[in-house]
Design a protein around this ligand. Structure first.
Ligand code: DC
Length: 219
């Protein structure tokens, strides 16, 4: 099944718990775009160099490993889970995600990882591009103010900077870049269920969505 939506809507938390609840595997495609941004920065590849980024993305070996601290993301034999969450890499991820060369390499890998089914795949284009035939599609969202508050709290919890106004500007900037890009922009698939999470707790959201997915998948 597909979970798409803008930054800070609670997708990762909800998709991970939903997968647990349904006995599915969870796959975070944003972590793959983030890994491309991180490795490009390290290897001196510009976030504007579509050709070189495409080659880099094509060569990365990804592994999603369940450990004691949750699911860890490995790229080319290194656990990058913490490094890819830095704000600078968030911006880089949405820069590298503009390029069709990068997207086609990662989409190919995502289809391979999801082809057997039993996966909750989370991203921006899962219901529209990666698995348009997915049975259950969710577009998880929340107002910008709510998403900025959550992201700021998350950064503060991780010991990072948490200036709410700055985080809000960053969220708006990413929304704009992700929705306005020419290739696979963030948009709701026509047959996706739109779900606003403002004012709901995580367990409430997970409970409602799990019930909906079960109903859709046994139809
Ligand atoms: O979900 P996230 O914040 O980890 O995603 C990081 C960036 O990657 C985000 O700005 C948009 C991009 N992305 C994308 O274009 N397509 C996806 N399927 C997942 C993420």
């Amino acid at each position: 099944m597909a979970v798409d939506g803008p930054a800070g809507a609670g997708k990762s938390t909800v998709a991970r718990l939903l997968a647990q609840e349904l006995g599915y595997t969870y796959l975070d495609t944003g972590a793959m775009y983030r890994s491309v941004a991180l490795l490009a920065r390290r290897r001196g590849v510009s976030w504007d160099d579509a050709g070189a980024l495409g080659l880099l993305a094509d060569g990365i070996r990804f592994a999603f490993v369940t450990g004691t601290g949750g699911i860890r993301v490995w790229a080319d034999g290194e656990d990058v889970s913490d490094l890819i969450r830095r704000p600078e890499i968030s911006q880089g991820a949405s820069q590298v995600a503009r390029w069709p060369e990068v997207r086609s390499a990662l989409v190919r890998e995502q289809r391979r990882l999801g082809e057997a089914g039993g996966v909750v795949m989370e991203g921006r284009d899962i219901g529209t591009v990666v698995f348009p035939e997915a049975e259950a599609k969710i577009f998880l969202t929340a107002t910008v103010g709510e998403r900025a508050r959550r992201r700021a709290a998350e950064l503060a919890g991780a010991g990072g900077p948490a200036d709410l106004e700055a985080v809000r500007r960053e969220v708006e900037e990413r929304d704009r870049r992700d929705s306005e890009r020419a290739h696979s922009p963030l948009r709701r698939a026509e047959d996706a269920r739109e779900f606003y999470t403002d004012g709901l707790t995580v367990p409430e959201v997970v409970r409602q969505l799990a019930a909906w997915v079960r109903a859709v998948e046994t139809r």
